[in-house]
Design a protein around this ligand. Structure first.
Ligand code: NAD
Length: 248
């Protein structure tokens, strides 16, 4: 592992257009469980609460689960070392962008600036009728479902539900940066959710090297990954940062 880490640090240092592609695993050490697996959110909640049709026909039921998961719980999470290292690498011009599947706002809180949120952001609520955007603290989440002050329409969290399209700008920018990347560092994702999962594959097709950090093998590991670093995101990124810091 030690030699491998040094090799990966050298590859990162030599890169010119590295991007990160992150998933739920990077936020596990901030206390946010992933969706899948024995401890995952879907072992406690029914995924139908995030189904667009179900939400439209049962807004109150959906909102009860949404409030618990994304506001009572996500709202208190803080960025961990993994988010912070990526933000520092961007500040030092080593990292060009973060493409994230996460909706927890933790990359922003850690200080990352160029972020493409493939699945939107839970820390905004939107009225799909008039497009007015609210912060969670601007609405009363004790009276569900929350409604727009302009037109009374039920507010929707501004992240992508099952059955909903990807935000166009995030989609196009993610693809653009992936196609121009010479190195992708994948952190904490199964690579199962499409179309997000194609981002590293698209980069690889255009010649990028792929580094992967995960506690377990993923869909990418034996297919496109060049360097697999097994372990917790915060620990591995901290170790890489220690090797890189004297040189950047
Ligand atoms: P996932 O839940 O399918 O998989 C999580 C991955 O993280 C697994 O591969 C697991 O082995 C790995 N992992 C777990 N702990 C880790 C750690 N400490 N360090 C490194 N890796 C670790 O998540 P996904 O692949 O990102 O896809 C699920 C979808 O769920 C995404 O679309 C995302 O929007 C959404 N989601 C987001 C959040 C969030 O915003 N934090 C949380 C749950 C789900």
């Amino acid at each position: 592992m030690k030699n491998n880490l040094q090799k990966v640090a050298d590859v990162i240092l030599a890169s010119k257009s590295m991007i990160a592609f992150t998933g739920a695993g990077i936020s596990v050490e901030s206390g946010i469980p992933p969706f899948r697996g024995p401890e995952g959110l879907w072992s406690k909640y029914d995924p139908k609460c995030l189904d667009l049709d179900y939400f439209h026909s049962n807004p109150k039921d959906s909102w009860i689960a949404i409030k618990e998961i994304f506001y009572d719980f996500f709202g208190t999470a803080k960025p961990n070392k993994a988010h912070k290292v990526l933000a520092e690498w961007e500040q030092k011009s080593l990292l060009k962008a973060v493409v994230t599947q996460n909706i927890d706002n933790l990359h922003q809180q850690a200080g990352s600036k160029t972020i493409f949120e493939f699945h939107g952001n839970s820390q905004k609520l939107i009225c799909k009728e008039c497009n007015r955007v609210y912060l969670p603290e601007e609405v009363n989440l004790n009276d569900l479902p929350p409604c727009c002050k302009n037109d009374g329409v039920v507010l929707k969290p501004d992240f992508v539900f099952f059955g909903e399209g990807i935000p166009e700008k995030a989609y196009n920018n993610s693809l653009l940066f992936a196609r121009n990347a010479d190195l992708v560092i994948i952190v904490g994702t199964t690579g199962e959710v499409m179309p997000a999962a194609m981002i590293p594959t698209e980069a690889k097709r255009n010649g990028a090297t792929i580094i992967e950090i995960n506690t377990e093998e993923s869909n990418y590991t034996n297919r496109i990954t060049d360097f697999f670093l097994q372990g917790k995101a915060s620990e591995i990124l901290e170790q890489l940062d220690e090797l890189l810091s004297p040189k950047i």
